[in-house]
Design a binder for this molecule. Structure first.
Ligand SMILES: Cc1cc2nc3c(=O)[nH]c(=O)nc-3n(C[C@H](O)[C@H](O)[C@H](O)COP(=O)(O)OP(=O)(O)OC[C@H]3O[C@@H](n4cnc5c(N)ncnc54)[C@H](O)[C@@H]3O)c2cc1C
Length: 413
């Protein structure tokens, strides 16, 4: 079977890319070894960001670094065995975490980030899953004045980007979320983000919409991709397929396919975990809540309250070490009346991340009919639909809705 484009990876990024291409008249096959939206795009915190200003940074102060190194900060964990191979990446990440570079990255990401909510909601309407979305923003709670002050320093930048943000007292926060325990002093309410109650379900619905407009979802191993005279070939469960162009949107697995083609992009992963909880009594939560000083998020989901953890630096395929779930669960129980665990063991996934916290969206530097869309770090669920539109516009020769230059892979040489 021959297609115009084969998109490898049916997470939120690949699925959104495939459907934007299909809508533009391309015959598209979307290939994954699993069903759509069953990996990273399933297990995240479900926040569709419109408040992410500065990227998540490597700690620069000695005390913050010591908290991570000594594993006192529950928002981070690492495996000693992973550090030697990760060292060059961590050094580059540390360099990119200098205040002036963070600000520069924030400005480079803003054009894409400002489109996220509108792009998601447009797809949600077409796919018939608006009921899985909620507005109302998200809350960050603070126990110490110093941590609150650090967040408040971002308010002028928020005003510059046109984001609505409000500092709340404990009483004002409890008026918004009456079931939170008053174990915090203050909160910041970012009002523009939306959130979803089932990120995997949203991705599956987008894939179903893609099929409804003529796209094909196929099962196959992306590592069977081969270049041939007229484009690309791939083995799938439905037999071999061919396509004029290929898109790599394999999230944390993207280099599994690109390394054999000679690419050496500095993609690493920040692993993360989640666990769902039943609630005590009739307690409910209206929006995601981030306990920033302890590095976890609780989000109301279809499967219960989902607690998601911060970053774990480890080899992508090393066995799970969900110590952060155990540590943050104890803290989260002081913030919200969590009941018993709803699953036997924590879910684990990997945020694909470049050291400059920008995704790659665009042409592969050395193959004219190969396109790339991965490395969306902490914001991939948010950025999927906007990325899909941008890449589809580039591939079909339309004028891109934003300048894609800063997301090019050429920046890695
Ligand atoms: C704990 C946690 C919380 C997060 N919270 C948020 C949040 O609130 N908001 C937000 O915007 N982002 C969040 N993120 C980040 C976000 O989830 C990711 O950036 C995003 O899901 C990446 O999407 P993707 O499509 O690139 O990758 P994926 O969703 O991982 O998709 C890649 C696909 O490739 C497939 N694949 C892999 N190898 C092969 C192969 N050999 N052959 C065929 N198929 C293959 C996989 O099966 C998978 O379906 C969070 C991440 C984590 C871990």
């Amino acid at each position: 079977m021959r297609y115009d484009v084969v998109v490898l990876g049916a997470g939120i990024v690949g699925t959104s890319t495939a459907l934007h291409l299909q809508e533009r008249g391309r015959a598209v096959a979307l290939v994954d070894r699993r069903g759509p939206g069953e990996e990273t795009s399933y297990g995240n915190s479900g926040v569709v960001e419109r408040s992410a200003l500065l990227p998540v940074a490597f700690p620069r102060s000695l005390s913050a670094l010591a908290d991570v190194a000594l594993k006192r900060y529950p928002g981070a964990n690492y495996h000693w065995s992973a550090l030697p191979a990760l060292a060059p990446w961590l050094l580059a990440y540390w360099r990119n975490s200098a205040p002036d570079r963070l600000l520069a990255t924030a400005r480079m990401m803003q054009p894409l980030l400002s489109a996220t909510v509108a792009e998601h909601r447009a797809l949600a309407a077409k796919a018939g899953v608006e009921t899985l979305f909620r507005d109302g923003g998200w809350l960050k709670i603070y126990r110490s004045e110093a941590a609150f002050a650090a967040e408040a320093r971002e308010f002028p930048l928020a005003a510059e980007f046109g984001y609505r943000v409000k500092a709340l007292s404990q009483e004002e926060t409890l008026a918004l979320e009456p079931n939170l325990e008053p174990s915090f002093a203050k909160a910041v309410h970012w009002q523009d983000p939306h959130s979803v109650s089932d990120p995997g379900g949203v991705t599956k619905a987008y894939a179903a919409y893609f099929q409804g407009i003529g796209g094909r979802v196929l099962t196959g191993d992306a590592r069977s991709l081969r270049q041939n005279g007229t484009g690309w070939s791939l083995a799938t469960a439905n037999g071999p397929i061919e396509a004029r162009e290929a898109v790599v949107a394999l999230g944390p697995w993207s280099m599994d396919v690109l390394t054999p083609f000679g690419y050496r992009f500095p993609l690493a992963v920040k692993r993360g975990y989640h666990m769902h909880y039943r609630t005590e009594g009739n307690a409910s939560l209206g929006r995601p809540v981030l306990d920033e000083e302890n590095g976890y998020v609780i989000t109301p989901m279809v499967g219960g309250i989902r607690l998601t953890t911060g970053a774990e630096f480890a080899r992508r395929d090393a066995p799970k070490t969900p110590v952060q779930v155990d540590k943050t669960e104890k803290l989260a129980r002081k913030l919200f009346p969590l009941g018993s665990r709803a699953e036997a063991e924590p879910w684990m996934g990997s945020r694909p991340i470049f050291p400059d916290s920008r995704p790659v969206i665009g042409k592969a530097p050395r193959h004219s009919s190969l396109w790339l869309a991965f490395g969306h770090q902490h914001l991939g669920f948010t950025l999927g639909p906007a990325t899909g539109r941008l890449l589809a516009e580039m591939m079909t020769g339309e004028k891109p809705f934003i300048d894609p230059a800063v997301y090019g892979a050429e920046r890695f040489g």
